[in-house]
Write a protein that binds this ligand. Sequence first.
Ligand code: SAM
Length: 458
Amino acid sequence: MEAGTETRSARGPRRGELLEVEIDSLAFGGRGVARADGFVVFVAGALPGDRVRAEVTKGKKRFAEARTVELLRPGADRVADVCSHGGEPCPGAPWQGLPYERQRAAKQAQVAEALDRLGGLGGYELEEIVSAEQTWRYRNKLEYSFGESEEGEPTLGFHARGRWDLIVDVEDCHLASEAGNAARNEVREWARAESVPTYDAGARRGVLRNLTVREGRRTGQVQTRLVTTPARFPRPPVDLHTQVEGDSGGTDGPTGVLGEERLRERLFELDLEISHGAFFQTNTEMAERLYAVAAEFAGLSGRERVFDLFCGIGTIGLSLAGRAGEVWGLEIVPEAIADAERNARRNRIGNARFVAANARTGVRPLLEEAGKPDVVVVDPPRAGLSQKIVRRVIECGAQKIVYVSCNPTTLAPNAAQLVEAGYRLQRVRPVDMFPQTPHIECVALFEKAASAPSGGAA
Ligand SMILES: C[S@@+](CC[C@H](N)C(=O)[O-])C[C@H]1O[C@@H](n2cnc3c(N)ncnc32)[C@H](O)[C@@H]1O
């Protein structure tokens, strides 16, 4: 911390203030943690050991948030950035300055910290993090936004960190494959060549809003989805399987689907179709590793009834079906359930059924229809399970609960609630699905203690 601190220690750093700080550690979510006169400052774009000049973006009573404006002295083990977007920091790979081994260690430590400190849990085995097979070019899906260069040309890339109005134009995203990059660049070239105006959210004017590029890593299929405002514009390159949202307002502009409606992908021996509205893990290779851990923890013998809650297109349940007596999947997005049913038929899996329902209200009817499961797998979004859904899971009375989590800070309170109800947290294994980013995935196994009560209150 530098000069000008007398009043600051009484009130803390204020928005717009410039600080010079040294980063001690990494917080959940990936920002660097520094101290300024006793106040904790969370600094975006900074890594442990870095000395940075940072601008305060939010000043709270007990802590402040800031963003790096200048790296004054890099930390001793920083590695050179791989991404270069015209000098702008890469918003998609904020941990690329950390050697991969340090990324793994940070994730392993954050899982332990969440469970121990936030969940008050202990006595479980924290197993070694499963390393990513590919540390770059692993994503099968990326979403880009359109912007405008100073010369008025369309740009296509990511929002600059903390900026809704500035797009970092991306030529080569190192998290995407070469085919995915080529697809994005082709759409940008088309927008430039045809002078299609990009959407300006401030002025609420223009046409092109964003673009999603999805790729079947094992099928080679590339699917792009273009989101626009209702407008006339020339036909985009059809061979990119482009879908255009919004009414074209005329006959020469395309509407609806041009190209394949669903993406084809293979996972283990499964042949899958994925609708654009359905969730699919963004790292195909590591999804297999993740599901293999879930299968190992489930420890099926061939006879069990398995509930796959938050099942998406059915990937976990379908990959377990051959080792189970029966599988029941539940998921809130009807389009994903239609995919799951189609995927079961396609792969001739006859012992899997799927239900479109909210887990909050759908678990009790499922329990009534299917009967008590031996194993429940849950794989919720980052927000984790609500307390009520945890109670519904407890009511299932399964011997084992396999919890696939993409956020250890929401796993922790859910785990504490399960333990309170008589489950034991046995083992946890992190899986690195997202190298170069702070995102952490892990699988946790809970087993019912012998004397545990069989249900929870409403
Ligand atoms: C992290 S994804 C996991 C999907 C799937 N297990 C997989 O690995 O592909 C979470 C899923 O939960 C679904 N979901 C979100 N809230 C839900 C709810 N309240 N009830 C049921 N499903 C929900 C989402 O639509 C999404 O498909």
